[in-house]
Design a protein around this ligand. Structure first.
Ligand code: SF4
Ligand code: SF4
Length: 181
C-alpha cells in the first residue's frame, strides 16, 4: 500500500553551533574515554576490561541478584511452558514472519488440547543465524518465546546449534529460576 503524502513527516536535524560544527569537543571527549579505559585497565580485578573466562564470568550478565532478575542481555532462546507444563506456543507464526534473520521454522498442527486451536509440531531456531535482536520475544502474543541471559552455548557442528522444540523447552527448565517469566 502506498504511503500518503500527508502521512509523511519530515524532521530536520537541529542546527549545530560553531563549536559542534568542528567536532573538536566530541573528539576530545572520545579520546578522554579511551584514555580512561586504557589507564583503568591496569587495575586488575577492579576495572579491568579483560576477564579469565570461563573461570570468571561477567557478573552483570548474571541475572540473579538477591533472587531478582536484573539482566537485559539477550542470549539463547527458550520456549516457555504453561501452568500444565505444555509448550505455551500457539503456532500463530508471528515470530517466524517477523524474524529478520529468517532463522525460526515452525510446523503447526492441530492442537490436542481444547484451549487452543494449534500448537507447534516442530519448532526450530538456528542459533547461529540468529542476530539476537529480540523481535520474536516482542512479537509473541502469549509470551511463549524468550531470550535468556545464557551466552556460553557451544556445539561441535552447525546442526547441533539448530535448537528443536525439546531443546528449547529444556532451556526453559534450567533457566526459569534465573529469569522468571
Ligand atoms: S532474536 Fe531476532 S533474529 Fe533471533 S530468532 Fe528472534 S527475531 Fe529472529
Ligand atoms: S509468536 Fe509466540 S505463539 Fe506465535 S509462533 Fe512464535 S512463539 Fe509461538
Amino acid at each position: 500500500m502506498a504511503i500518503r503524502e500527508e502521512d509523511i513527516l519530515l524532521i530536520d536535524a537541529p542546527p549545530m553551533n560553531r563549536l559542534e560544527a568542528v567536532y573538536v569537543p566530541e573528539i576530545v571527549r572520545g579520546i578522554g574515554v579511551t584514555m580512561r579505559h586504557f589507564f583503568t585497565s591496569f587495575g586488575q580485578g577492579r576495572t579491568s576490561r579483560t576477564i579469565q573466562y570461563p573461570e570468571q564470568r561477567r557478573e552483570h550478565y548474571d541475572p540473579v541478584d538477591g533472587g531478582q532478575y536484573k539482566g537485559n542481555f539477550r542470549g539463547v532462546h527458550r520456549l516457555n511452558r504453561d501452568e500444565a507444563g505444555r509448550v505455551k506456543c500457539v503456532a500463530c507464526m508471528m515470530c517466524p514472519t517477523l524474524c529478520p534473520a529468517n532463522c525460526i521454522h515452525i510446523q503447526a498442527g492441530e492442537s490436542p488440547w481444547d484451549d487452543r486451536e494449534k500448537y507447534p509440531v516442530k519448532f526450530e531456531i538456528d542459533e547461529l543465524r540468529c542476530i539476537y535482536c529480540g523481535m520474536c520475544e516482542e512479537a509473541c502474543p502469549v509470551d511463549a518465546i524468550e531470550l535468556t541471559t545464557e551466552y556460553d552455548v557451544v556445539g561441535l557442528s552447525r546442526q547441533e546449534m539448530i535448537f528443536d522444540k525439546e531443546k528449547l523447552l529444556s532451556v526453559y527448565d534450567v533457566t526459569i529460576d534465573k529469569k522468571p517469566m
